[in-house]
Design a protein around this ligand. Structure first.
Ligand SMILES: Cc1ncc(C[n+]2csc(CCOP(=O)(O)OP(=O)(O)O)c2C)c(N)n1
Ligand SMILES: [Mg+2]
Length: 551
């Protein structure tokens, strides 16, 4: 028998949760003290949003949950945006939220707040442990719920006296759940649709089927039946590059996704939701499945997604069909004044094998997918829930989970400023993260959105809300101030050399890439008109325009 904190940590470790991203306070001190004689690795993050994003990135790469250690309702609240992204990613995670001692709450002390209400936004499983003797059982439950399927975020609220009192014993891990595949009936019904001659069929692949096994199975089906393969606009984890089947990502702009989806009679959803527009726009559709297209769901979140897809391979008679694999190919190194597109080109030219890309490049990343299509195999982690400030924290978690893989964080300047503290953890942990800040001195995308929502007038005060140029943000100083070596570049040749060196040496480096906005001037003015026109031109023309805007 030991105190609650020791039993809690040992129970987590027993269940494979051996990494905890922390930002503690007084109510978590016994947990912190117990780390020393445990196999739990604590990774300090200097803002709770970094801790939650890091736990997300960790789990996406490790395939198992990390824990967070957060300080009461306010700490949890600070973590919320990246917990939201993790929830949308269906990431497994265990939050440990310290609370006041049970007998202290009656006094409504300064830090007292309603933790469960904050947690409800991101967790369906929330438990405040009332007694030390119950803590280990609750912790084992939390991990089991987090692992799922469906994977999710479990939140365990830990009163300080429950943590410090004696009388707890760790428990063993629960047996892992064995999810069933989709029912035979469902697989047969989808197979009938896919095999129907004369009908155009597309697959929308998501979440768990975007790694090698799922991609190969989907490609076998596509090769056998002629179906098209799409993937979600913001995938949790996408494996791509040379030697893997390639899938076309649904575009962020709804007008462009409609161009992609038009003409299909059936859309097969495989661990993905039916596509919807990110936001509503006056006079535009929210639900993006075309009117004359029927959506079919192959697999539910609690089922085994890859096994279901494999069952479909058999059902359409594609077991002996070879998947179509991406061939090798890199763009040439760019020259001249740096632009975001040229930076993407250089990334395509130089990306090392086995890299992990945390992509929060926003408008600057519009050419990334096409530039890196034939590079050596790599992993892409994206902004699943649209709440910005995720790119750097996810890179922290991915690099912690995969210390032998190079990590590349691509981050817009605006996005970077939400969780820039992540750089300190990258430096302190010596993580092999190369960060590229696309410093266009703007909330570039919001300039597009301002036009798209049909706002009547766009005056100087409105423009000022989207402008980051005055004062210009000095990311080199900020990085250096947190222990990350850094360099500012504005020429493609300098960018190429700097990126090459950053990849060649292990450890952190930041490149402050000075680039113009991808959309400004005439291009920005013309974009809404081009998007509006897409519905009125023949499909091949619309596809060609889409390819130009977002290849
Ligand atoms: C938590 C949160 N706050 C605000 C927003 C709104 N938002 C979306 S994109 C964006 C600006 C992104 O700027 P930057 O990272 O510089 O990329 P750029 O648009 O310039 O390519 C903002 C503020 C959001 N999506 N999430
Ligand atoms: Mg920007």
């Amino acid at each position: 028998m030991g105190n609650g904190a020791h039993a809690l940590i040992q129970t987590l470790v027993n269940a494979g949760v051996d990494t905890c991203f922390t930002n503690p306070g007084t109510s978590e001190m016994h947990f912190v003290a117990a780390l020393d004689d445990s196999d739990m690795r604590g990774v300090l993050c200097l803002f709770e949003g970094v801790a939650s994003g890091a736990a997300d990135g960790y789990a996406r790469m490790a395939g198992k949950p990390a824990a967070t250690l957060l300080h009461l309702g306010c700490g949890l609240g600070n973590a919320l945006a990246n917990l939201h992204n993790a929830r949308k990613a269906r990431t497994p995670m265990v939050n440990i939220i310290g609370d006041h001692a049970t007998y202290h709450t009656q006094y409504d002390a300064q830090l007292q707040s309603d933790i469960e209400t904050v947690a409800r936004n991101i967790s369906t499983w929330i438990k405040t442990t009332p007694e030390t003797s119950q803590l280990a059982v609750d912790a084992a439950d939390a991990v089991a719920v987090a692992k799922g399927p469906p994977a999710q975020i479990a939140t365990l609220i830990l009163p300080a006296d429950v943590s410090w009192n004696e009388g707890a014993r760790p428990v063993e891990a629960r047996a892992p759940a064995q999810p069933p595949p989709a029912s035979d009936g469902t697989v047969r019904a989808v197979a009938d649709v896919v095999k129907k001659s004369g009908k155009k069929v597309a697959f929308l692949l998501g979440n768990r089927v975007l790694q090698e096994d799922g991609l190969r199975a989907a490609s076998q089906i596509a090769e056998k039946t002629g179906a098209k393969l799409f993937c979600e606009v913001f995938p949790t984890r996408l494996e791509r590059g040379e030697g893997l089947p390639s899938v076309e990502r649904i575009a962020y702009l709804a007008e462009l996704s409609s161009v992609q989806l038009n003409g299909y009679d059936h859309l097969i959803l495989v661990d993905a939701k039916a596509p919807v527009s990110f936001f509503a726009y006056p006079g535009k559709k929210s639900y993006l499945v075309p009117d004359d297209c029927t959506a079919h769901t192959l697999v539910e979140p609690h089922e085994d997604a890859v096994a279901s897809l494999r069952a479909l391979v058999d059902a359409v008679g594609a077991s002996d069909t070879a998947p179509k694999l991406q061939s090798a190919g890199r763009p040439a190194l760019p020259k001249g004044k740096l632009s975001a597109a040229k930076a993407c080109q250089a990334i395509g030219a130089l990306l090392p094998a086995n890299a992990i890309i945390s992509d929060e490049a926003q408008t600057s990343g519009v050419k990334l997918a096409s530039s890196t299509a034939g590079t050596p195999r790599h992993t892409v982690l994206t902004l699943t829930g649209g709440a910005i400030g995720q790119g750097l924290p996810v890179a922290v978690g991915a690099a912690t989970a995969c210390p032998n893989r190079p990590v590349l964080a691509l981050v817009g300047d605006g996005s970077a400023m939400y969780t820039i503290q992540a750089l300190w953890t990258i430096a302190r942990e010596g993580l092999d993260v190369t960060t590229i800040i696309f410093n266009n001195r703007s909330y570039g995308i919001l300039n597009i959105e301002l036009q798209r929502v049909g706002a009547e007038t766009i005056g100087p005060e409105a423009k000022a809300q989207l402008d980051l140029s005055e004062p210009a943000i000095d990311f080199v100083s900020m990085a250096q101030g947190m222990g990350v070596p850094a360099r500012r570049v504005a020429r493609a040749e300098d960018f190429n050399d700097t990126l090459k060196n950053a990849f060649a040496s292990r450890g952190p480096f930041l490149i402050d890439a000075i680039v113009p906005s991808e959309y400004e001037g005439l291009k920005l003015k013309a974009l809404p008109h081009m998007l509006n026109a897409l519905g009125n031109v023949p499909s091949p023309v619309a596809k060609a325009i889409k390819k130009k805007i977002a290849p």
